[in-house]
Design a protein around this ligand. Structure first.
Ligand code: ADP
Ligand code: ASP
Ligand code: MG
Length: 395
């Protein structure tokens, strides 16, 4: 049996935690499993590297930034391999490029297009634990790329699919997927399971416990995900293959900072879409509403390492629309659930909850999600009120 285990930055915050992870891996290896481990950079290393880059250059070159950022995961993989070897378990560390993670060439937020895991296979066959640097790949032009913030999750899922792992386990500082970020909403509770569709919408809505691209990859390749705490606390969430028995009602609430919604004459849409294509950004909503007006919703891409790119995209859209567009900006608060888009009672309850806040911002329903843009200062209160009113307590 093969298993892929991913450990995030908080699980590898210091060398003591690196040794604790090594012990966990050695145990899995002793149970006869083929173990592939994907690691993130230690603690806040990626933020620190980003800060250094901006200290030497206000707009760091994207290629060099990718070179720099991939160093963070390299440190983790080598240290962890050393610690595992000291426990008497053979281990080999590999960069994203070495283990055949082939991406497109969009720097900062590259997409995996193919995985050629030959060296991973060889090392597993030799009985080694394989320790892979997450969040990175190599383009067809042999440039080193990064997969966007939180991208080690995507590495883990892509490798799990490529090596036919039975399970992909994501370990972090939290013991599962909750109905909201428990750091913000105290009453949030752990979900024992949810479907790929539900998780994808939650991730897109801003629940950063799993990266959106990772869930999309898992859904496409039918990879089940187990989300667990790395400190060994019991409890987990299964993001399951089987979409049978979806939750009825609302599965969770999530927030995304810095969202912008433009309403504008649909005649200008071609120009707007050209700006998005140039920037490689997928909008959250792009629709033509009745009455010749179009709606565009974008949010700062949590996956994109460099915030200034989002700012310049928004400036370009604004310049394309001039006076013709009307803009709402703030934090996007969303509720997610299979029936959310089609249950008029839920929409009415959502609007009723918002009635208690001083906002006339437009509400949007799309797929499994109903959202509103609110003043960032109100976002936590709005999210809490929506959670109290709409999330089922028994789950
Ligand atoms: P890692 O560094 O291990 O990748 P992350 O920080 O990316 O971990 O993700 C874990 C964090 O996600 C948690 O600490 C939690 O605050 C946050 N989070 C946001 N929304 C949710 C949610 N719905 N369920 C669980 N955690 C969430
Ligand atoms: N180290 C990268 C980040 O901080 C990737 C990851 O943690 O998954 O975003
Ligand atoms: Mg993460």
């Amino acid at each position: 049996m093969r298993v892929v285990k991913k450990f995030g930055g908080s699980s590898l915050r210091d060398t003591e935690r690196v040794r604790a992870v090594a012990a966990h891996i050695a145990k899995a290896h002793s149970e006869g499993k083929g173990v592939v481990v994907v690691v993130s950079a230690m603690g806040k290393t990626t933020d620190e590297l980003m800060r250094l880059a901006h200290e030497v250059s206000p707009q760091p070159d994207r290629r060099e930034l990718d070179m720099l950022l991939t160093a963070g995961e390299r440190i983790s993989m080598a240290l962890l391999a050393m610690a595992v070897r000291d426990l008497g378990v053979p281990a080999t560390s590999l960069t994203g490029s070495q283990c055949g993670i082939i991406t497109n060439d969009r720097p900062g937020a590259a997409r995996i297009v193919e995985v050629r895991p030959y060296r991973v296979e060889d090392a597993l066959t030799a009985g080694h634990v394989v320790i892979v640097a997450g969040f990175q790949g190599v383009s067809y032009r042999r440039e080193v790329t990064t997969l966007g913030r939180g991208g080690s999750d995507t590495t883990a899922v892509a490798l799990a699919a490529a090596v036919g792992a039975e399970a992909c386990e994501i370990y972090s500082d939290i013991d599962g997927v909750y109905t909201a970020d428990p750091r913000v909403i105290i009453d949030a509770h752990r979900l024992s399971s949810l479907s790929h569709d539900e998780m994808l919408e939650l991730a897109r809505a801003g629940a950063k416990v799993l990266a959106e691209d990772a869930v999309a990859w898992a859904r496409l390749n039918r990879v089940a995900l187990f989300v667990r705490a790395s400190d060994g606390r019991p409890g987990e969430t299964l993001v399951r293959l089987d979409p049978a028995e979806p939750h009825t009602g609302v599965v969770g609430v999530a927030c995304r900072p810095d969202a912008r919604l433009w309403t504008y004459p649909s005649g200008l849409r071609t120009g707007v879409l050209a700006r998005l294509t140039e920037a490689g950004v997928t909008p959250l909503i792009d629709t033509v509403a009745p009455g010749d007006s179009a709606l565009l919703l974008v949010a700062r891409d949590v996956a994109d390492g460099v915030d200034s790119l989002f700012g310049s995209l928004c400036d370009q859209i604004q310049a394309t629309l001039g006076e013709a567009g009307s803009l709402s900006r703030g934090t996007l608060v969303s509720v997610v659930g299979t029936s959310v888009g089609r249950d008029p009672h839920l929409a009415a309850r959502f609007d009723e909850v918002l009635g208690a806040f001083d906002t006339d911002a437009p509400r949007m329903s799309q797929g499994l999600t109903r959202s509103v843009i609110v003043d960032p200062a109100q976002a936590d209160a709005v999210a809490t009120a929506l959670h109290d009113a709409l999330v089922h307590k028994e789950r």
